[in-house]
Ligand binder design. Structure first.
Ligand code: ADP
Length: 424
């Protein structure tokens, strides 16, 4: 538009003054300017030419804002979109030499471009409506799915809270909710396992307590109901005493296990294995000698472990006591310890009956006994090895058992080696 206005302005610069005779002639000689309106004013704003047929303003003062600005020596151009049409306005001054002789104003009313803009506007509106609808739909579907899955997780948590640990949440993907469901399933597995062990423990413990109690009741009833000589009565009372001892041992072991389960932290210190092993051998020597079982110790002198001293004593005592209980008369019990840069390895071996292959994996379970009659006769309740196992674990060690090729069994306990720093 400004180009066109410039063209007309240049053409009009050939005359001294713009008047209604010269201007129409000059403009009609310019072919290529096709706009809706061409208006030319003299330097006072009086219209000397107007191309409009209808509402032609020639001869009137035309102080349109664009004309006013052009008469103030400024080029003007602006566009507006109104009523479905694009309207462009351009104006610029006309000079003859250095003197301003008037202004030229062009106006273009373009309905074609207006229609294009209208279609574009309609399309944008249409597309944005579709997008908005899609976003709303996706959010509704997403939030419905999310809250559905959340509801299922909450439902499962409630079910588990009521004690049904078998309830599992189905997982399909790997998003955060699936991870949450996975963690929850693992937790319920552990709870189920724990609950099952707890029930088993309570039932085994009650059974173990019931047996000596029943014997005591039977023996005391017999004493009360039958006329007995003094020797038989003494014998029965001695049996009652033995059953009471068994009950005491059992409750001591149960208390020990509860203490380990509670996980109360006790003081660990650097303990010399040799000293503890010798004490155990010394304590067990009298019962071993009753059955002519020899005890041999082979402990490297510099073996030290970071442990609770009572635990180490209990571990070695229980293993060595079993090595005597389940040994053959005249057999041998060996306690040895050696250490390398990383580990202290303790072994307790015997020449006894050994452990059947199908029992070896269960030997550390609570109340597990291979030969119930033999174990009970020896005063055992199947708790000693599980106490040993839990104590070894809480002192960061490991324990394993194997049958020796030459007969009997060998228990191996390994602890991390803690060297004692000798002060210079
Ligand atoms: P218990 O108090 O009955 O001895 P333990 O937990 O100490 O319980 O041992 C569990 C079972 O493992 C025992 O009943 C016994 O059958 C078997 N057992 C333990 N130590 C030995 C061993 N040195 N030789 C053979 N069997 C053993």
């Amino acid at each position: 538009m400004l180009d066109k206005a410039q063209l007309i302005s240049t053409a009009l610069s050939s005359v001294d003054s713009l008047n209604s005779e010269d201007v129409p002639e000059i403009i009609s000689s310019i072919q290529e300017v096709r706009v809706t309106r061409i208006l030319v004013t003299d330097n006072s704003g009086l219209a000397v030419y107007d191309s409009l047929r209808v509402r032609n303003e020639r001869g009137k003062m035309m102080l349109l804002p664009e004309v006013v600005q052009a008469l103030a020596s400024r080029d003007v151009f602006h566009c507006s979109y109104e009523g479905g049409a694009l309207q462009s306005h351009a104006a610029m001054p006309v000079f003859c030499g250095n003197r301003m002789t008037g202004a030229v104003y062009l106006m273009e009313y373009d309905t074609e471009e207006g229609a294009m803009i209208q279609t574009l506007q309609a399309n944008i509106l249409y597309v944005s409506l579709i997008l908005e609808a899609a976003v709303i739909l996706i959010s509704v579907v997403f939030s419905a799915t999310f809250s559905g899955r959340m509801r299922r997780i909450l439902q499962s948590i409630r079910t588990v809270r009521e004690g049904d640990y078998s309830n599992k949440i189905e997982t399909r993907g790997h998003d955060e909710l699936d991870q949450l469901a996975g963690e929850f399933n693992e937790l319920t597995d552990r709870l189920q396992d724990y609950e099952q062990k707890r029930r088993q423990f309570v039932s085994d413990a009650s059974h173990e307590l019931k047996t000596p109690l029943a014997s005591i009741k039977l023996l005391s009833d017999s004493i009360l109901q039958n006329e007995m000589d003094e020797d038989t009565t003494r014998e029965f009372v001695a049996d009652i005493g033995q059953e009471a001892d068994r009950l005491t041992r059992l409750s001591e072991k149960l208390l020990e296990l509860t203490k380990i389960d509670a996980g109360t932290e006790e003081n660990r210190e650097i303990v010399e294995v040799a000293e503890v092993a010798e004490r155990v051998a010394h304590m067990l020597a009298p019962i071993a000698s009753l059955r002519e079982i020899g005890i041999r110790t082979d402990i490297a002198s510099d073996c030290t472990v970071m442990t609770i001293e009572d635990d180490l004593y209990q571990i070695l005592f229980n293993l060595a006591e079993n090595g005597i209980k389940y040994n053959n008369d005249g057999g041998l019990l060996e306690i040895s310890a050696k250490c390398d840069e990383e580990n202290v390895t303790l072994t307790v071996s015997d020449t006894g009956v050994g452990i059947p292959a199908d029992s070896i994996d269960h030997i550390f379970e609570r109340f597990y006994r291979v030969d119930k009659a033999r174990s009970r006769a020896a005063g055992g309740a199947g708790l000693g090895l599980s106490i040993v196992h839990d104590m070894v674990e809480r002192n960061y060690g490991t324990i394993c058992v194997e049958n020796r090729p030459e007969g009997g069994s060998r228990f191996t306990v390994t602890f991390p080696y803690i060297p004692v720093e000798v002060e210079a």
